[in-house]
Design a protein around this ligand. Structure first.
Ligand code: ZN
Length: 473
């Protein structure tokens, strides 16, 4: 006798490998992926020849071939010589105000099945998109979205939402909560007192808080209970890890910031030690408070090599909207366009030090995720995510761990780990199949054959209209 299990997610969740001595039978409506090497996203070693069975939008089975009996009605995809990984999760992106749908579909073509929109002025659009996508209406990654960028009244940036008192920032947080956002986004000009008020108010509403900080250090923010810290190269991290005697000098060392001095890169490189006590203490605090960090190295690299067309071309701007690609190719990266040549040269020497800091964070157990900050110059949708993975690997993080960062950790950060981020029975069937081994080279995450989104298979080329045109197919 074999057991028949179709459909019910509750029953399916019971079907994990090892429970059943007798094979589980799958037939009509089931898709079985056989023969592949499965990397489940938990950090566990790859499983050669494992079988994944998808029923509707769920993973119904992951286990040995002997644990299932596939009836003739089941669809079998022989993936011998391929690798299967969970769908990728971009922990930091921004959605365009118009034409968001083709942008989102393109992300799916690059294997991205969930994103966090990390702050917008058009919150309602993102909330509406999030809910439509959750209902399965679009070929798009699922979305979790932050509210408005909240900044200080005296900030040097153009954010429309600026506050000067604790009462004001609490009011903004309450307004965002009423709009049903998932996260609150705090920006660079906010001092610790306002960061603290915002975190308290957000947590009272069950919302997590992301900080792209400057005036408040990462150490201060972690102690105040922040949940997520964005960017490494041009924000609060840079001055949180200089030795105490240099703190004042580096107080405004984040970009874009009117008081930012690009000539400080040399000194920053000389005083920051990735193996020193400042990095160790901050890492230990981030671990203790389970603060998630998305270092967003890809944008840092683009800014730092913002005078180098080869770095832009590696990000394949032909996959960006044509008007963006044309404007990026016309000049230098916007954020470093005013840096004198000696500052550019020193920044290039200093960037690898920040990469080492991120490597040290990983070795010390900090919860890292992968984020791209799309919509910023040079951040080609989809391509930038895979470059971020290469940069994480360049920090000395082994490819298996980079994959966990790109999948499982992202799901934890977005608050969807119960349903996504790893390949496990009962979770949503968001999967990527690869034609080359991502553990041999993390760059092989680009070798995508198929993307399963909610159990539906897609070939990337069919989701990329510009590519199809160029290829004439
Ligand atoms: Zn951003």
């Amino acid at each position: 006798m074999t057991r028949r299990l179709f459909g019910s997610a509750i029953l399916l969740a019971l079907c994990s490998a090892g429970m059943a001595a007798r094979p589980i039978e799958f037939g009509e409506g089931a898709i079985a992926l056989t023969g592949a090497t499965v990397i489940d996203g938990t950090g566990a070693l790859p499983r050669r020849g494992a079988v994944i069975v998808i029923v509707k939008d769920r993973i119904a089975y992951l286990g040995d071939r002997g644990g299932v009996r596939l009836l003739p009605q089941a669809k079998v995809l022989d993936l011998t010589g391929r690798w299967v990984v969970p769908g990728f999760i971009d922990a930091h992106a921004h959605l365009p105000r118009s034409a968001a749908e083709p942008f989102l579909t393109q992300l799916v073509a690059f294997g991205v099945t969930a994103i966090r929109a990390a702050g917008e002025s058009y919150v309602e659009q993102n909330v509406e998109l999030r809910d439509r996508i959750e209902g399965g209406a679009l070929i798009a990654p699922r979305i979790r979205t932050a509210g408005v960028f909240i900044d200080a009244r005296d900030t040097g940036f153009g954010n429309p939402t600026r506050v000067g008192t604790e009462a004001e920032i609490r009011e903004v947080v309450r307004r965002d909560a009423a709009r049903k956002v998932d996260f609150i986004k705090l920006y660079v000009g906010l001092p610790p007192a306002l960061v603290q008020a915002a975190i308290q108010e957000a947590h009272q509403h069950g919302l997590r808080v992301i900080g792209h900080l400057g005036q408040t250090t990462w150490t201060e923010a972690a102690e105040l209970g922040i949940d997520s810290l964005a960017h490494s190269w041009y924000c609060g991290l840079a001055h949180s890890i200089v030795p105490p005697q240099y703190r004042e000098e580096f107080r405004d060392f984040y970009i874009p910031n009117r008081r930012f001095n690009p000539m400080l890169f040399r000194k920053w490189r000389e005083v920051v030690d990735p193996n020193g006590p400042e990095v160790a203490q901050l890492a230990s605090l981030l671990c203790k408070r389970r603060v998630e960090v998305h270092p967003n190295l890809v944008l840092g690299e683009a800014v730092t090599w913002g005078d180098d067309p080869a770095v832009l071309e590696r990000l394949e701007p032909d996959f960006a909207p044509p008007e963006d690609a044309a404007s990026w190719r016309r000049g230098r990266h916007l954020f470093s366009s005013y840096w004198p040549p000696e500052a550019m040269a020193e920044a290039k020497r200093a960037f690898p030090v920040m990469v080492q800091v991120i490597g040290a964070f990983h070795r010390r157990g900090v919860l890292l995720t992968a984020g791209t900050d799309y919509l910023n110059p040079w951040m080609t949708p989809g391509v930038a995510f895979h470059r971020e993975l290469e940069l994480l690997a360049s920090a000395g993080i082994p490819p298996l761990e980079v994959l966990r960062i790109a999948t499982r950790n992202g799901a934890e950060a977005l608050g969807i780990l119960q349903d996504a981020g790893t390949i496990e029975a009962g979770k949503r069937a968001d999967l990527v199949t690869l034609t080359a081994d991502p553990l041999a080279s993390i760059s092989n995450t680009r070798k995508i054959e198929r993307v399963f989104l909610r159990g539906q298979p897609f070939e990337p080329a069919r989701l990329l209209p510009r590519r199809e045109k160029a290829g004439g197919s």
